[in-house]
Design a protein around this ligand. Structure first.
Ligand SMILES: *Cc1c(COP(=O)(O)O)cnc(C)c1O
Length: 360
């Protein structure tokens, strides 16, 4: 069985964690700040605030923007649920604009339409899905014209580049995830990046129980802090990010070059951006047949995602969730992600290609 996801942790992570355990500084500690500093430094960002997850990072970003009850935030219908949940957690309402059929990211045309229908929308959360940067020039232009704050969900795109600029530095603030399946992990964890000191301050206070000074609570905050244990793992993982991404890109290139099957549509990576292949997602007409075939051949896979966000049962009472998003719905019916993680061997890759090329 070739697994769809394989977490890579080494002695470096082990040693650091043991060091933290022995220090007794399990919660707050120097590694949290060190991880923030390293992460912001490699993004040329002014501020980095570590959090417990990308979900909590997104939540406090939205709240720090002053977005809440009665406000609308535009986003893609095609992402992990956390993207739109963060909008709801802040008390606001998500408005979904369909995706582009080539990049699977938020379509600028659909965004423009959503702004026309919801001129009161305050912000847009862009997701760089599967590791591919969204069409940022077009999206930023539309946002500027319409006074929309641009926020980035970079949970799947650590190190991805759009026109020589790393994702996470293109909007007002961004969120990253360090969940085990992501390009690098802490176990659970997240990071907010921003160049705006006002947002930085609010986010920092919100994630720490609304306090700047211990036991003086200026806001009703949360415990969304990252622990020193998680940060220790993150620090070691961050050193390996470029290597991991390079391997993901090489694996994807092998698939691009060798998967030749008219039943299978491969993902597209526009030349003006660096795709870091969190997922390598295929499109097939009869997905159940392909997944049964992959099961039979011992190849792991993932369905990202079987349901678009507005169609989730949890969203059934939200008015903005009735409608159609045909491009996203089609992808939800046809998508299959195959293993692309850095632990794949050449023989794994060859096996996967052979199996896919024999699929009829
Ligand atoms: C994983 C993911 C999240 C949530 O990240 P957590 O750290 O698990 O909270 C948010 N958005 C996207 C696009 C994701 O893939």
């Amino acid at each position: 069985m070739i697994p769809h996801v394989k977490v890579q942790l080494g002695k470096e992570e082990e040693d650091r964690v043991i060091e933290v355990l022995r220090s007794g500084m399990l919660a707050a500690g120097s590694y949290v700040q060190e991880f923030e500093d390293e992460f912001k430094r490699c993004h040329d960002s002014l501020y980095g605030i570590a959090t417990s997850s990308a979900t909590t990072a997104l939540h406090v970003i939205v709240e720090a923007m002053g977005i809440g009850a009665g406000d609308k935030v535009i986003t893609t219908p095609y992402s992990f649920i956390a993207t739109s949940n963060a909008i709801l957690h802040a008390g606001a309402t998500p408005v979904f604009a369909d995706i582009d059929p080539v990049t699977y990211n938020l379509s600028p045309t659909a965004l423009e339409r959503a702004v026309k229908n919801h001129p009161e929308a305050k912000a847009v959360i862009v997701v760089h899905l599967f590791g591919l940067p969204a069409d940022m020039d077009e999206i930023l232009a539309i946002a500027n014209k319409n006074n929309l704050i641009v926020l980035e969900d970079c949970a799947q795109a650590h190190g991805a580049i759009y026109h020589d600029q790393k994702v996470g530095t293109l909007g007002r603030a961004s969120a990253f995830s360090f969940y085990p399946s992501k390009n690098i992990t802490c176990g659970e964890g997240g990071m907010v990046l921003t160049d705006d000191p006002v947002i930085e301050e609010k986010v920092r206070i919100l994630v720490n129980q609304g306090q700047r000074r211990r036991y003086y609570h200026e806001m009703v905050g949360y415990n969304y802090r990252m622990t020193n244990i998680h940060a220790a793992i993150g620090l070691e993982q961050l050193k390996k990010l470029d290597l991991y991404n390079q391997k993901r890109i090489e694996n994807a290139k092998f698939y691009d070059d060798h998967i030749v099957n008219p039943c299978i549509q491969k993902p597209v990576s526009p030349p003006d951006r660096k795709h870091v292949y969190h997922q390598y997602t295929l499109k097939v007409k009869n997905r159940d047949a392909l997944t049964a075939y992959l099961d039979a051949n011992g190849i792991g896979y993932g369905i990202h995602y079987p349901l678009i966000m507005p169609a989730q049962p949890a969203y059934k009472d939200i008015a903005t969730c009735s409608g159609t998003w045909p491009v996203a719905e089609d992808l939800a019916n046809c998508c299959v992600s195959i293993p692309v993680h850095p632990a794949l061997s050449q023989s794994d890759l060859t096996t996967i290609v052979e199996v896919l090329n024999h699929y009829r």
